[in-house]
Design a protein around this ligand. Structure first.
Ligand SMILES: C[S@@+](CC[C@H](N)C(=O)[O-])C[C@H]1O[C@@H](n2cnc3c(N)ncnc32)[C@H](O)[C@@H]1O
Length: 248
């Protein structure tokens, strides 16, 4: 059976809350320009890392835990971006390497107490961390936590105070926070602007994988059945959080 991220990497799509609109907001707050070297942690399909490079003209390196995601990102043919397999909790780069570290819908899948100190370690002094992360807006029930952990392959977010506290423990200062419910229309437009051009290819890859690969078909059916068991209130329990902090 393919996992949640394998299903996505196979068809070349990953996403984060707020799409391109949220990424643009994060970039503004991280003061990134063409002199900067940016690490994108959990670069997924590679599309958002490519947008970041285009919008800032900065040098971008993307890392992702999954070989399949890195293969998928390399297929986007952005020769100026380096995509490498790497773990947010144990980043392979030396201390003080990057001017900015960005991570969108990734850190909530990691152990924050390991990944956030790693982001700080590889940042240069004065560099910014920008997170766009799933944020609990209400205290989630045990059923909601279990559903997030199992159906979406280890999604384990926290609330706004939890994100802020974890960033502070990792040594980040001058924190700026914008968290709230997901606005459906904004999400739709942001998503379309980020992944719109990929959609025809994603659909054709999906149908080809679905029709030709029995295991893929089984995995889709499994995911669809699991989604039907979504606990009441799940979609209202979380929202989008943009968190920016500086390494002193
Ligand atoms: C929801 S996707 C988001 C991808 C991308 N940031 C985007 O916005 O499209 C989450 C990604 O995080 C990656 N990931 C999960 N845990 C990770 C870790 N410990 N280190 C690096 N990447 C990780 C997954 O393989 C997946 O590609």
């Amino acid at each position: 059976m393919y996992g949640y991220f394998e299903i996505q990497s196979r068809i070349g799509i990953t996403k984060h809350m707020g799409g391109l609109t949220a990424t643009r907001r994060l970039l503004e707050r991280c003061h990134i320009d063409d002199t900067k070297c940016v690490l994108v942690v959990g670069s997924g399909s590679g599309v958002s890392a490519i947008k970041i490079a285009q919008l800032t003209q900065s040098r971008v390196v993307g890392i992702d835990l999954s070989d399949a995601m890195i293969k998928c990102a390399k297929e986007q043919l952005a020769s100026d971006i380096e995509f490498i397999v790497g773990d947010a909790e144990d980043i392979q780069f030396p201390d003080n390497t990057f001017d900015a570290v960005l991570s969108e819908s990734v850190t909530a899948f990691t152990d924050r107490e390991k990944s956030l100190p790693e982001y700080s370690r590889v940042l240069k002094r004065g560099g910014y961390l920008g997170l766009n992360e799933v944020t609990w807006l209400v205290s989630p029930t045990a059923e909601i936590i279990k559903y997030a952990l199992t159906v979406t392959e280890g999604l384990n977010p926290t609330d706004q105070d939890g994100w802020v506290a974890s960033m502070q423990r990792a040594g980040f200062t001058e924190l700026s926070v914008e968290a709230g419910p997901l606005k459906k229309f904004e999400q739709f437009i942001g998503e379309l602007r980020m992944n719109g051009p990929q959609i025809p290819k994603v659909f054709s890859s999906f149908f080809s994988a679905y029709l030709s690969d029995r295991e893929y078909r089984k995995s889709i059916h499994h995911l669809a059945r699991a989604s039907l068991k979504m606990p009441r209130g799940f979609l209202q329990a979380f929202g989008c959080g943009l968190y920016v902090g500086k390494k002193e």
